[in-house]
Unconditional design. Structure first.
Length: 115
């Protein structure tokens, strides 16, 4: 059974930092591309950042220079360090894994940034 379990969401003031973590089980973590998506109320889900099995990263323009994605293949975890948070970063953040046509999602964790 595949499980992606996110943690770390919270209420934080603008300019603050948060670190999200996602613990994966039931997948061959080392060969999966891992990613973080987010969905704000009334908006479509969007890609925030991704990291391939070789460690190549990709970021949404809106978070470049503020967010950092990383993975620990020994612990089957992927993290998202979020700095200089803005109110527009408020959303539910989802962990995602992908390998070929197999895609899995976590249940999401709420991040709220107050102004």
């Amino acid at each position: 059974q595949v499980q992606l379990v996110e943690s770390g969401g919270d209420l934080v003031q603008a300019g603050g930092s948060l670190r999200l973590s996602c613990a994966a089980s039931g997948i061959a973590f080392r060969i999966n591309t891992m990613a973080w998506y987010r969905q704000a109320p009334g908006k479509q889900r969007e890609l925030v950042a991704s990291i391939t099995k070789t460690g190549s990263t990709n970021y949404a323009t809106s978070v470049k220079g503020r967010f950092t994605i990383s993975r620990d293949n020994g612990k089957n975890t992927v993290s998202l360090q979020m700095n200089s948070l803005k109110p527009e970063d408020t959303a539910v953040y989802y962990c995602n894994s992908q390998f070929l046509q197999r895609t899995y999602w976590g249940q999401g964790t709420q991040v709220t940034v107050s102004s």
